[in-house]
Ligand binder design. Sequence first.
Ligand SMILES: [Zn+2]
Length: 90
Amino acid sequence: MEIIKCPEFNYLTLYKSDVDISSKEFSSGRKSAVYIRDAISKASKCKICNGYIHKNSLTIDHITRKEDGGLGLIDNGQISHPYCNTTYKN
Ligand SMILES: [Zn+2]
């Protein structure tokens, strides 16, 4: 007996392939793909490691370090991960 037919596993669903390219409707998988594609293209990246950065977890890094005379001016600021801003760059 296939596990998918067992009552205790009724929460399982079968993966449905998304290969039908003749449909004029967006499948839910394709809707998600469009959203993710567009959202990622606009997502902010850490200027130190180039990784994606969440808006709730970012710091403003001095491009020229304060120890090297860098000032708190807009042109000397860049967004970065807290980790990147406080560890290996220094
Ligand atoms: Zn980073």
